[in-house]
Ligand binder design. Sequence first.
Ligand SMILES: *Cc1c(COP(=O)(O)O)cnc(C)c1O
Length: 294
Amino acid sequence: MLPSPLQEIRDERFARHGVRLQLKRDDLIHPALPGNKWRKLAPNLRAALEGGHTALLTFGGAYSNHLRATAAAGRLLGLTTIGVVRGDELAGKPLNSSLARCAADGMRLHFVSRADYRHRHERDFTERLLRGTGDHATAREAFRIPEGGSNALAVRGCTALGGELRGRTDVAAVACGTGGTLAGLAAGLGSGQSALGIPVLRGGFLTEDVRDLQRSAFGGRRGQWRLDERFHFGGYARGTPELEDFARDFAARHALPPLERVYVAKLLSGLTTLAEEGAFAPGSTVTAVVTGPR
Ligand SMILES: *Cc1c(COP(=O)(O)O)cnc(C)c1O
């Protein structure tokens, strides 16, 4: 469903400061390829098909939403999918629910040690990894998508998210993993609008990554954007009891489905803190991009 719906949320923690809150419900875009993963994958899938590829090869952690979306896309389009998964301790064990979904969609999973996984950007990495397996020949011909799905095509795909919000908000906020969605969102907004990224990983490296992604997609910096690095809650897939309480309360207060915990709960918690700090001008509208479901 595109454009995805905009939903007004009446929350006193924002209203008290004269701020209007909206949710951009990208979680409703597609049942199998939710949220920003649809926006990022669609241009890559088009390029893969136009290039005559019959397989997709990509990378991710054991709970990667990107791996799951790629597996689902492969099933829907009749493309073979190969997933290189970080963590060789997972090999031979029962699959977690996320990887089980990948496997059910036909994705061929290969587990690699964390040390080896660091070399995933090297050209001959998968060549070496898959030598002697049944997937070696398929992988050589496959269309490759980087970890998290963020390449220039994906970033350009996310400009449509900004386009859908033109004239509808002052600030558009999104939770960041690789920063690809933020890079595209910022580029698609109109003048006078700005994008705010809330990184869910610790480390403080994301500003440079978003710059690099914008450079590769557009040749330089586009749009107004900034990061607030305070709301990672301990790091990727980590959390605190306070975050859990916030997420339950927010969903109950506004009759929403359960908030996705890795990204969306941190985004909404961060925005609520910012509103209470008076970070948004009275009379302004803030839109939180709901990038995914549970
Ligand atoms: C992947 C993902 C993100 C992060 O997107 P990036 O483009 O990597 O920053 C945010 N929210 C959800 C729900 C995701 O699955």
